[in-house]
Design a binder for this molecule. Structure first.
Ligand SMILES: Cc1ncc(C[n+]2csc(CCOP(=O)(O)OP(=O)(O)O)c2C)c(N)n1
Ligand code: SF4
Length: 295
């Protein structure tokens, strides 16, 4: 697992589709990519089958660009809309059975540590709210309680999008959906709160509209998970199809939702701050010098 793995076996390049060859020749590997360079390299196949205007696709793209070491990262995904794009990007992908992503990622993280020792290998779970908070809830929480060192990213579209619009634990109370015609009876689950209680070292909530912020939280989460402990990012990634959001209003919807109930939040433990400050140059987390005493 390194830059070597993306190269074609000699003689095979000419049989690969052009889009795929472009990802290998002009992908993010071995570079320190930033969202400011979006469009200058190829991190994902253009022909992924997600719906036009889907905010989840934008978030996934930004998150992939923000990965600190793409050639040393494994994405773990599962059934759900997100994997349609995640599995067609220039990052290694493992498909975990629905609900099992965090168990798969736990084993993978431990295996990579045994195989590669201190050479950093990053594992990132990216899955829907149904996959992480409902059917995979036990595995998600236990990976956090056990302090498994990988990042969990929830693509929170507040619905089971891929199966046609059932409510999930992350749907808001009262929300009427195609397959919840009477409206949801229960509150949205507080997964951010649970992540903190369960011991995550870094927890953040974001929307896709601010690329620099997405980049910042992804980088911090992945770096902290390398050494300090589990990390969790919850991203509002609306389902414009099931929520009936006109394509041209998808970004405005995210802005409105951010204002009303999905504010940017960031929680970071002291250990994580110290690690980022001392190992990765995050000067803002250096301890403040004690004020000079007045005699
Ligand atoms: C073990 C298992 N149970 C159920 C399914 C069916 N299934 C596929 S996608 C999906 C819902 C996905 O919803 P979510 O995880 O919220 O992701 P989204 O599609 O909304 O992005 C379900 C229930 C499955 N593939 N495997
Ligand atoms: S069904 Fe919803 S979440 Fe899934 S790709 Fe379409 S718009 Fe995106």
């Amino acid at each position: 697992m390194s830059l070597e793995y993306v190269k074609f076996t000699p003689g095979f390049a000419k049989f690969m589709p052009k889009e795929y060859r472009d990802m290998v020749d002009h992908g993010p590997f071995g570079r320190k990519t930033t969202v400011a360079q979006t469009g200058q390299f190829k991190e994902i196949l253009e022909e992924h089958p997600m719906c036009a205007g889907c905010a989840m696709t934008l978030f996934i793209r930004l998150a992939f660009i923000a990965l600190p070491n793409p050639e040393d990262t494994v994405m773990v995904g599962t059934a759900g809309c997100g994997r349609l794009a995640i599995s067609q990007a220039a990052i290694q992908f493992v498909y975990g059975n629905y609900g099992d992503t965090n168990a798969v990622a736990s084993g993978l993280t431990r295996g990579l540590k045994l195989r590669f020792g201190d050479k950093p290998k990053d594992v990132v779970v990216m899955a829907g709210d149904g996959g992480l908070a409902d059917i995979g809830f036990g595995n998600t929480l236990h990976s956090w309680f056990r302090k498994e060192k990988f990042t969990t990213v929830m693509l929170d579209n507040e619905i089971y999008g891929n199966t046609g619009g059932q409510e999930s634990g992350m749907t808001n109370k009262g929300q009427v959906l195609k397959m919840a015609p009477l409206g949801k009876k229960f509150e949205k689950m507080d997964m951010l709160g649970m992540a903190k209680v369960a011991g995550c070292a870094y927890v953040a909530s974001v929307i896709p509209n601010n690329p620099k912020r997405v980049e910042s939280v992804i980088k911090k989460a992945v770096l902290v998970a390398r050494e300090v402990g589990p990390t969790y990012i919850q991203a509002y990634t609306s389902c414009n199809i099931e929520y009936g959001i006109p394509t041209e209003q998808v970004m405005q919807d995210a802005k409105d939702v951010e204002k009303e109930r999905y504010a940017f939040s960031e929680y970071i433990t002291d250990d994580a701050k110290e690690y980022l400050a001392t190992q990765h140059g995050y000067k803002q987390y250096l301890p403040k010098p004690a004020p000079a005493s007045v005699s």
